[in-house]
Every structure is written in structure tokens, then in C-alpha cells.
Write a protein of this length. Structure first.
Ligand code: AMP
Length: 221
């Protein structure tokens, strides 16, 4: 049983790396952002609650986020473990999480703000199936169309300069202290997130290796 958290700024590749790791280790990938986007797309009551907050790049209230995480993990479909993506994002969420779950490690995808901006403004999402594309790393063919389902590729509503500024500010002010908290517990492995996913070998936690704050990406291969 492995229980991991993956953290990193917007555009650092949390979704992509979580999916690779989940496929590799049979983990359930839990992304609060994906759950919210699913609800927004389907015009549910929760979708209506979070849509404007997400588009502005702001954080959704802790009560709602915590209930989404608790309800999803209460399915107990994670026989081999889970990887939680994009949660916790502030200290109260971290404390809430640690009260209910032991975690085996935190993967921190490290990326400078200048690179985040370049990536996020070149990110597109399939309006039909939700796959993410980064136009810097790969060009779908034909352009503007999803390779998997031929759906239209559109920017995410929160991938704008304005929303990005809010998200980066929140990340540095609210999420960085969570990383410090996890570092003190020696949970964190920091990985350089700048190389493209096909260049960076899949992140693979090695259960035999004790995680430490200064461990390099190699620990995970
Ligand atoms: P993400 O896909 O992780 O970038 O999340 C997209 C958006 O969903 C964020 O900008 C927030 O508006 C909301 N969200 C996702 N996770 C959280 C969280 N842990 N706390 C608060 N809001 C969140």
C-alpha cells in the first residue's frame, strides 16, 4: 500500500506525472481539480459553486475541498494505494489530511515561475475528453484537434495571465509552508520538473529508499 501526495505549481506536470505513476504502481489518481472540472463541465450544483473561483485562479474553500477528498477516498477502491494531486494546498488542509491518513511520501515538482508562465500559456485541454496538451512539447495533428478523440483543443479557463498571477501568489504564500511542514517530517522528494515528460524518466518511488528533503530525482527512478 502506497500513499503519495504530488505538489507543484500550475503547469509543473502534476497531472501527467501522477497518471504515469498511477499506471506504473496501480495507484488510484485523485485530483481535486479534475473532480471540480468534471462538475463544471456537467453543470452540477458543485460546478456552479466553484466555476468562478477556479476561473479567477483562486482557491476553493477548505470545507468543500476536504469533503471532496474524504468522499473520494471513502470509496476505498485503492487496493494498492493512491496518489493525491493538488491537495493539500494550505496548512489547514494539510492538518486535516494528516489527521486521517498516513502518507508515505510527497513528490515535489520544482519549476521556476518564468517556466511556469511559458508552459501554462501554451497548455491546451481537449474540450471533449479532457486530455492536456503542451504545445511546446508536442503538436497535435491536425493542430487544434485532440489526437485521441478529435475533440477541440481549448485553453483552460484558468490558464490566463491574471489567474496565473493569483495562483502563483497563493502557491508561494499558502502551499510552500505545507511543503516545509512535510519536509520537517522527511516526506519530501524534490524533482526538477523542467524536462519534458518523455525526457524525464517516469518518477518511480523506490520503497527501499528513505525519502529526505534533499533527495534528487534519481531516488525516484
Ligand atoms: P488544479 O487542476 O490542481 O490546478 O486545480 C484547479 C483549481 O481547482 C484550482 O485553481 C482551485 O481553484 C481548485 N482547487 C484544486 N485543488 C484545490 C485545493 N486543494 N484547495 C483549493 N482549491 C483547489
Amino acid at each position: 500500500m502506497r500513499k503519495y501526495v504530488i505538489m507543484g505549481v500550475q503547469g509543473s506536470g502534476k497531472g501527467t506525472q501522477s497518471q504515469l505513476l498511477a499506471a506504473d504502481l496501480d495507484l488510484v489518481h485523485v485530483s481535486v481539480g479534475d473532480i471540480f472540472r468534471w462538475n463544471v463541465q456537467r453543470h452540477t450544483k458543485m460546478g456552479a459553486q466553484v466555476r468562478r473561483i477556479m476561473a479567477a485562479g483562486e482557491l476553493v474553500g477548505d470545507d468543500l475541498v476536504e469533503s471532496v477528498i474524504s468522499e473520494r477516498l471513502a470509496w476505498h477502491d485503492w487496493n494498492y494505494g493512491f496518489i493525491v494531486d493538488g491537495f493539500p494546498r494550505n496548512r489547514p488542509q494539510a492538518e486535516f489530511f494528516l489527521e486521517s491518513y498516513d502518507i508515505d511520501g510527497v513528490i515535489h515538482l520544482d519549476m521556476p515561475d518564468s517556466e511556469v508562465r511559458r508552459r501554462v500559456l501554451n497548455r491546451r485541454m481537449c474540450a471533449n475528453c479532457g486530455i492536456n496538451y503542451n504545445l511546446l512539447d508536442s503538436t497535435p495533428s491536425p493542430p487544434g484537434q485532440c489526437d485521441a478523440c478529435a475533440g477541440e483543443l481549448v485553453p483552460r479557463e484558468d490558464d490566463t495571465e491574471e489567474a496565473l498571477a493569483v495562483r502563483l501568489r497563493d502557491y508561494h504564500e499558502k502551499t510552500n509552508p505545507v511543503l516545509d511542514l512535510f519536509r520537517r517530517k522527511e516526506y519530501v522528494v524534490t524533482v526538477d520538473a523542467r524536462p519534458a515528460p518523455e525526457v524525464t524518466p517516469t518518477i518511480r518511488p523506490d520503497p527501499a529508499v528513505t525519502m529526505s528533503g534533499s533527495a534528487s530525482a534519481r531516488t525516484f527512478r
